[in-house]
Design a protein. Structure first.
Lengths: 297, 412
């Protein structure tokens, strides 16, 4: 245990800011997961692997001399079609089955993606350099890499864009209608099959944006997807479905929690503490749900 | 019915073929010495696995084309049976078992990484099969009392020992303040133990001692502490991801530290992936092409590097060089034993005392090579941003002078 983080106020500020910037990025991934979970009732274990795949797209652009920030535009476009492809090949065969089958199916996709990425891109850890420099605050006591600020900013732009799209566009309205009541939507002329495919595609596109940002801010590696799946799963569990401000808040909360766990418990427990928190929250949510059920009796 | 018969006869034909080929593979046949190796050709170690295989193949071709191995007045050629262990220790142990009991291999070459070597060593030991390995540096390999394991490389605890001693020397012999961050795996933790020993001996103090998780891609917290505590040396070891993450975040957060020492810089292609940001980083390496060791097969490091480049199209990392050296050791031992008896070859291996282009090789009773120090190189960049690794310690081979302390970010 190390309480240095509280002894120096500037480190506390640093940890909070790092956590919030990171949390916004997590929230973007979680947003995609919540969307798909709410509309199709599918928990996508391959979420993190889609993120990593998106990261590789930005990385390859960087390799060929294009600034990786353009990956934020290119990666979601490619990933949208990857998502639709996965839906047509696998998901639409399990979408009407129970949750367990769909978890197994996406778990399979996750393993397949990891191995394919390892096969295609190699096992090396890679990153894309943005060359964005650094921002100093409070007499350089707090340092924020501009790449982190950039990724938080882009995440916010995409999240707001998607909210507006869901509210205003025809497809967005169809998606929301399907989420509310698929049967009624179908009767009223919504092509639910198309809506499902588009939802999966949109989720993959969001993962693509997040992946490009991660390759700019951190590093990517074929086997690094799972922690991102777990984080977004947790954020959605905490926030609940269809609660977008909740997703943003719990995303930032998780980011700050991770940073503090890192300082206090040590970096080795960072991911571990996320898993522990997930277990605690599941237990708590269950407890609350069962209490609700009792009340209903 | 007819189809069944055809299938049956086909299967038996294949079975007969396989059984004969198994016999023809066994140990020393005709003029061939068959060695076995399980190597990570797929999975997370695949890139280094391929470096290892290329190193082995290069040496086999070279030794065979230069007259092979002379035993009992007869000339033999090397041949290697490879299996892919999928970077998985369990699979590696199974494959070692298969190589020995099914394929009849009597001599083994090591796999890539400490973890996989650890999985294979009990098997080779059980069957009394001599194994020369080139890519397992973990100290725990050499404290188990294995009799048939020989490693051409220096053990992991010596990787960054030189860095601490150099820092103390530059500090006028006084102890230094060390910050360290190590991944939690067998290899990095061994490197850490080496630093603890060096710190104790030199009276240095460890002020930050962080452990990094396997899924590491953010070490900002450690670096914030480094900024606050201002240590004299920062040591990082976490395979390629540790090296890449550290350099990225040190540059982004403008962390000033007089000395930065790491492992796995060349595997991470630091100077290529990070360019000028990686400047001044000190890296531990088993080998560097500019070292002046010599042998009759590859001549010296520069020639080896040029030949390797010609054959495989890239500059050899030390993983390839040490793998090639393993074959030279085997050849030498066979000729001195003048026999293919496993025990005699084992005794000859234990008595090895030779120089190869890769370094001097002499085994301690535990099996580790005690005659080859680690080298440290420093990433140095010219004005145009082209970066190169230059050996700076030990002084005997230094091709450039160590730049110390590292200039502050504000002055770069």
């Amino acid at each position: 245990m190390d309480f240095m983080v509280f002894q120096y106020p500037m480190i506390t500020v640093q940890a909070c800011l790092d956590g919030i910037l990171l949390g916004i990025l997590f929230a973007l991934i979680a947003y995609g997961m919540a969307l798909q979970w709410g509309v199709m009732n599918i928990i996508n274990i391959a979420q993190g692997d889609l993120v990593i795949l998106g990261g590789y797209i930005a990385y390859f652009m960087y390799l060929y001399g294009i600034h990786p920030a353009w990956g934020v535009i290119v990666s979601p476009i490619i990933m949208y079609f990857v998502g639709v492809g996965i839906y047509k090949l696998v998901i639409n065969k399990v979408v009407d089955r129970d949750l367990f089958i769909s978890i197994l199916a996406t778990f399979g996709i996750s393993i397949l993606f990891m191995q394919l990425m390892n096969f295609a891109f190699g096992a090396d850890v890679v990153l894309a350099n943005s060359g964005y420099g650094t921002t100093f605050l409070f007499d350089s006591a707090v340092v924020l890499p501009n790449s982190k600020i950039f990724s938080a900013f882009v995440s916010i732009v995409f999240a707001i864009g998607l909210v507006i799209y869901m509210k205003k566009s025809k497809l967005g309205r169809a998606i929301r209608a399907t989420a509310q009541n698929a049967r009624a939507a179908k009767i009223l002329g919504v092509d639910t099959e198309k809506v499902y495919a588009a939802t999966f595609g949109l989720n993959a596109a969001l993962c693509g944006v997040a992946g490009a940002l991660i390759s700019i801010t951190f590093t990517i590696h074929p086997y690094m997807g799972l922690p991102y799946t777990i984080r977004s799963f947790m954020i959605v569990i905490v926030a609940g479905l269809g609660n977008l401000p909740g997703v943003a808040m719990s995303g930032m909360g998780l980011g700050v929690f991770e940073e503090f766990a890192d300082y206090i418990l040590g970096t080795e427990f960072r991911i571990g503490s996320v898993f522990l928190l997930l277990v605690l929250i599941l237990v708590y949510r269950r407890f609350k749900l069962s209490r609700k059920r009792e009340y209903l009796k | 019915m007819k189809i069944n018969k055809i299938i049956l006869s086909f299967i038996s034909a294949v079975a007969i073929l396989l059984s004969t080929s198994a016999v023809s593979f066994a140990k020393v046949v005709g003029d061939k010495i068959v060695l076995g190796a399980a190597i990570s050709l797929t999975g997370k170690y695949s890139s280094n696995g391929v470096h290892t295989q290329n190193g082995y193949n290069m040496a086999v071709d070279r030794i065979n084309s230069m007259g092979g191995v002379k035993v009992g007045g007869k000339t033999y050629k090397f041949e290697i049976i490879y299996y892919d262990d999928e970077s998985n220790p369990k699979r590696a142990a199974q494959l070692a078992e298969r190589l020995i009991s099914q394929d009849g291999v009597e001599f083994m070459l090591g796999p890539y990484s400490s973890g996989l070597t650890k999985a294979i060593a009990p098997v080779t030991e059980k069957y009394g099969v001599p194994m020369v390995e080139a890519n397992g540096a973990s100290r725990s390999l050499f404290t188990k009392g294995y009799k048939y394991l020989f490693a051409v490389l220096a053990p992991a605890n010596l990787y960054l020992d030189v860095a601490i001693r150099t820092a103390v020397e530059l500090n006028g012999g006084k102890g230094v303040r060390i910050a360290q961050a190590f991944e939690q795996d067998a290899f990095s933790q061994d490197v850490r133990l080496g630093i603890l020993d060096a710190a104790k001996e030199t009276g240095s103090e460890i002020i930050i001692d962080d452990k990094l998780p396997k899924e590491l891609n953010d070490m900002a917290a450690t670096l914030v502490k480094v900024k606050q505590m201002k240590p004299d040396v920062l040591v990082v070891s976490g395979h390629t991801k540790g090296a890449l993450t550290a350099i990225r975040q040190i540059a982004e957060m403008k962390v000033d530290v007089p000395m930065l020492a790491m492992t796995h810089c060349d595997a991470a292609k630091l100077s290529k992936q990070h360019g000028k940001n990686s400047q001044y980083a000190l890296c531990a390496s088993q080998w560097h092409k500019t070292l002046t060791y010599k042998d009759n097969f590859f001549k010296d490091g520069m020639t080896y590097a040029a030949d390797f480049q010609k054959e495989f199209g890239y500059d050899p990392p030390y993983q390839s060089a040490e793998s090639s050296a393993a074959l030279l050791v085997f050849k030498d031992a066979f000729e001195r034993a003048n026999s293919f008896d496993q025990k005699k070859v084992r005794d000859a291996l234990a008595a090895t005392n030779m120089q190869t282009f890769y370094g001097n090789i002499k085994f301690a009773p535990g099996g580790q090579n005690v005659d080859k120090p680690m080298v440290l190189f420093q990433v140095m960049c010219d004005g145009a941003g082209k970066c190169e690794n230059k050996v700076v310690a030990p002084l005997k081979w230094a091709s450039a002078k160590l730049i110390h302390p590292i200039p502050k970010w504000s002055d770069r």
